[in-house]
Design a protein around this ligand. Sequence first.
Ligand SMILES: *Cc1c(COP(=O)(O)O)cnc(C)c1O
Length: 318
Amino acid sequence: MYIMESNTDGTFSDGALVPFGTVQINPHSSVLNYGQGLFEGMKAYRRPDGEVQLFRPEENALRMQMGADRLLLAAPSVEQYVDAVKQVVRTNKRWVPPHGKGTLYIRPLLFGSGSVMGISPAPQSTFLIYANPICNVYKGRTAALSLWVHDKLPRAYPGGTGGVKSISNYAPVFQVVKEAKEKGFSDVLFLDAAEHKYVEEVSSCNFFIVKRNVITTTPATGTILPGITRKSIIELARDLGYKVEERKIPVKELLKAYEVFCTGTATGIAEVYSVSYKDKRVKFQTGPDTVTQKLYDLITGIQTGLKEDKKGWVVKID
Ligand SMILES: *Cc1c(COP(=O)(O)O)cnc(C)c1O
């Protein structure tokens, strides 16, 4: 793993690779007391030729900087971030699974590690990256998601931290996600906090609906996490000639969609088989002849090196 601590002036230097293991943390640290922390999620992919590559790592670096601004943390520069991720992947190269079998999942963390007594930001932050191999989370049709719309408990609210990958956004939804899983659903689909009327996103992935040649997704205006997979899919879908709209999606409209899918680094593109809202359960098209499948093949192809990267999104590890 990689670890680097900020200097007193908020800059970072002297990061280093160290063996994976326990970290020492001050009981006074702001991350333990006040949840002043961020995370990122990335993957290293094995190409068919055996080489290893990352997908848009600068985007994760920029998103961590945005989150750091929101939570008053010192953040590494984009160059420092990407360089550190590359070092972690290079040194763990043998743990990147073979092409098509899985990926090396990379977890960068940034947290307030300096000692604080009052409720205030940390004087120091720590940037840490660890990684571990994972198999493909969802494989084709059998893994299509069934989502449960939660119409009372929102995930994020206007003015809150839903738009950044703050560690504080995740534990508050453990309870409803557990409830959903106990009822047999794959995950929870959250609605907006103000009106409980518009679809926002799932607990860890973004949300899209498809109707004819129009693809619609919730706008990233602070209450959803602006996913890099989401942003890439919007661009790729437009290139393929689909009309892509970023606007509020009323639940009623979602229930009339032809296809529904979710996007995120961990899940990739996951097709949604059914959505349950109040006492209704609506099913959607899934399988090989869908728009979802076309987009899945394209983005997965670019990420894993099966398809040519015409966008300059891929960064190879030398
Ligand atoms: C990380 C995350 C996503 C997906 O973002 P990607 O950059 O595509 O991985 C979507 N929603 C939430 C809540 C997330 O935490």
